[in-house]
Write a protein that binds this ligand. Sequence first.
Ligand code: PGA
Length: 247
Amino acid sequence: MTRKFFVGGNWKMNGDKKSLGELIQTMNGASVDPNVEVVCGAPSIYLDFVRSKLDAKFGVAAQNCYKVPKGAFTGEISPAMIKDCGINWVILGHSERRHVFGESDELRCQKTAHALESGLGVIACIGEKLDEREGGITEKVVFAQTKVIADNVKDWSKVVLAYEPVWAIGTGKTASPQQAQEVHEKLREWLKTNVSEAVANSVRIIYGGSVTGGTCKELASQKDVDGFLVGGASLKPEFVDIINAKA
Ligand code: PGA
């Protein structure tokens, strides 16, 4: 089973029309590996702008959404609105949502179920904190996080699982290729036992946490690393090198 390599950019709360417009121009003009699915996670206020400028061969993702289609939820956006802007993906459960904004597992369940029902693809993030890794409970933590997602997924073809160790996000400390491969392989085994062999073989498990043009090639060569979710480096021309990591 070949899994199409998937590279997501997570722009977080960065950029403006000028700088994102320049980045988009670079991406549109770059020569990129056609065997890679690329999705850029834009700030919600720029989703429409980004979708209208970015070449159609690149996907766009929202970085969050709420759990119902509409209503009195000041400040939130719904999957229906995201789709209305021609956008097909959403990043859910990112560690910054969990740890900075205190999003619970329960809310993440509801958001995941509703986004999938609404027809969005979901980049579902998981990952252990430093004390959890040092305490030897990485597997326990990521399995429990994956279960929360799995309980809410009917169609796995719409889900990309992003393993993002919290200690590696924005710290410049990329997980080693061996550390990433080890967790990805265990996650695939977990999916085989708890979901199905077909899902385990087909779902893309991508790595995130300080991926750069310098670290991407060796990470990409690992058997169970099916792509990346890239924060800081996705705002730079270097993002193109990461997209082409396997070329
Ligand atoms: P980083 O962010 O590449 O800047 O570490 C990754 C992420 O948060 O998805």
